[in-house]
Design a protein around this ligand. Structure first.
Ligand SMILES: C[S@@+](CC[C@H](N)C(=O)[O-])C[C@H]1O[C@@H](n2cnc3c(N)ncnc32)[C@H](O)[C@@H]1O
Length: 306
């Protein structure tokens, strides 16, 4: 295991957990946003879960621990072997698949699992399979599709099958990065030294998801709830902040990480957000998504206590 290796932050759960800073939104860490949402909509964690639960891009299981109490059965998936092996060690009772999200969503559809998941979670992980419909990044470079329309069709099909997996009344909850923050604008600017992003740019994956869920709502498949929450990522030192950029955002991609101009841009950003106590507070934002597959028109009626 080398911390300098391409994609080390996704290959090795220890490196991911080491570089990932806590993110806070309105006084709550990202985990607590999800914990509170589940508690409000599904009730406090029960002693025995009764739901069919799917988590996509589970990583080392940071949020799996919040979903698990609600689950009669939990399927956690991630394309990284290192992440899947960490999640298996942490949760003995769950089923895992080491595969990419696009493949697993289509596979579940073929296996007859449509309309069967009461809870689907994808936390900071849905942008990757959507981007992979248009381009693939390896240690050697970014290979873009020659047919962007085909990429859009792939992305739409992935999102339609994903919505299809929800059982009536089920919730699909996501945390999705906001490309428009100062932090992500810098990351975009750095990656665009290698290749431009497809479609509308770095926010394209969010736009695809947003449009697909609006369409599903219009088609009366459920209700799309969305909030953009501003927040902050807290890094314990300038070194931790630099590592977050190099390993977390630039995936240790050699051409960028060996470029002194990239280091200067990151250093200037980090020093701008340096606090007197030596920590670095980076402005952040997250899209909080819940697609609720409730199609009963009576849900709009006032309740007795309203
Ligand atoms: C930012 S991490 C989030 C992990 C976890 N959900 C969390 O919140 O800590 C993104 C995860 O998505 C996984 N991933 C990236 N591309 C993927 C893909 N196409 N299909 C499935 N998982 C993917 C990575 O291996 C990584 O574990």
């Amino acid at each position: 295991m080398s911390t300098q290796e391409f994609n080390a932050g996704y290959r090795y759960s220890e490196i991911y957990e080491e570089v990932l800073p806590p993110h806070y939104y309105g006084g709550k860490e990202d985990l607590d946003l999800v914990r509170d949402y589940l508690s409000t909509h599904l009730g406090p964690p029960p002693d025995a879960g009764k739901h069919e639960v799917l988590e996509l891009g589970c990583g080392p299981g940071r949020l799996t621990s919040l979903l698990a109490p609600y689950a009669a059965r939990l399927l956690a998936t991630d394309k990284s072997e290192g992440m899947i092996s960490a999640v298996r060690q942490r949760f003995a009772d769950i089923t895992t698949r080491c595969t990419d999200t696009e493949s697993v969503v289509h596979a579940l559809h073929r296996e007859g699992r449509s309309n069967s998941f009461d809870l689907i979670g994808a936390f900071w992980s849905m942008s990757y399979p959507l981007l992979e419909c248009f381009e693939e990044t390896t240690a050697d470079g970014v290979v873009s599709t020659t047919d962007p329309e085909q990429g859009r069709t792939r992305a739409r099909s992935l999102l339609q099958h994903l919505v299809d997996l929800l059982a009536p009344g089920g919730h699909m909850i996501m945390l999705f990065f906001d490309a428009n923050t100062e932090e992500q604008r810098l990351v975009t600017n750095l990656w665009e030294r290698i290749a431009p992003f497809p479609g509308t740019g770095r926010d394209y994956t969010w736009n695809l998801l947003h449009d697909a869920l609006i369409d599903a709502d219009i088609d009366d498949r459920g209700t799309f709830h969305h909030a953009r929450l501003p927040g902050v990522a807290v890094l314990r030192s300038t070194t931790a902040a630099q590592d977050w950029f190099l390993t977390g955002h630039l995936n240790n991609y050699a051409k960028l990480c060996n470029d002194p101009r990239v280091h200067s841009a990151i250093d200037a950003f980090v020093h701008k957000h340096l606090r007197p106590d030596g920590t670095v507070h980076i402005p952040s934002a997250v899209h909080f998504v819940d697609f609720h597959a409730d199609t009963n028109p009576s849900r709009h009626l006032p309740t007795a206590d309203s």
